[in-house]
Design a protein around this ligand. Sequence first.
Ligand code: ATP
Length: 223
Amino acid sequence: MPPEAARKPLGIFGGTFDPVHFGHLRLAEEAVDVLDLAGVRWIPAGRPALRDAPRAGPRQRLEMVRLAIAGNPRFELDPAEVETSEPSYTVPTLERLRRPDACGPEMPLALLVGFDAFARLEEWHRWERLFELAHLAVAHRPGHAIDPERLSPGLAAAFRRRLRREPGRLAAPAGSIVTFALTPLDISATRIRALLAAGASPRYLLPEAALAHIHQHRFYTET
Ligand code: ATP
């Protein structure tokens, strides 16, 4: 068997993670099993382009992810988007990973996104280029049922054309869409921030280490 046939895809998981929570962690953990990934590289956005400025700073969000994934050999942390002052766009990040000194051109890459994020894909910088660089692995998220009827016509057409229906590991480097179900966890960073702002407890919605970091630095409680 040629070595490339044995090569497992690498999951790429970007997000604001303001803060990271168990919805994110289960998405990444279950993706490894369902999609037979080599692992997941977490890439917190420094300056996310499509939303209001995050409440916690880039390095603080990076640190919360570091604490949350510590000890899981399936996960690794990529600080590159946090270490630049450029806006965070996924296409340049994937182009960086495609360089020979990183993953190279052949390794299958699977960009992990929830359906709510996927539904806004056309707003992403050079979104069609994404499919030349990676597969899109779209996760179910409570309240965001995977339904092409809910997509804009251009994205729905791309979804139907690229949707991979046959089982088995992603072997090509890029270009397909796969969907996957995971344990439904109706958790959002918005809800966690709201609980903290109200003086209520978000405990058991996110890892204790991340919550301790939030309390230590008083994130999300001050207006
Ligand atoms: P916010 O509430 O601040 O918008 P969020 O909880 O949606 O944040 P993000 O960092 O924006 O978290 O999400 C990163 C990625 O994780 C996105 O692709 C999103 O769809 C996915 N995701 C977040 N929470 C869940 C969840 N509970 N179940 C499935 N996917 C999720």
